[in-house]
Design a protein. Structure first.
Length: 41
């Protein structure tokens, strides 16, 4: 029971880190897409 609970906390922690970095990742991806479109035109 303790191990599964720790694993659950670990997954929640990873999910929190992922969602905290998600806006930054989206912005960086959008910037890369814009740069790529500018290069292709």
């Amino acid at each position: 029971m303790r191990i599964s609970f720790l694993q659950f906390l670990f997954l929640v922690f990873l999910g929190f880190l992922f969602f905290a970095d998600l806006p930054k990742l989206i912005k960086s991806i959008e910037q890369k897409i814009k740069m790529y479109k500018k290069k292709t035109k």
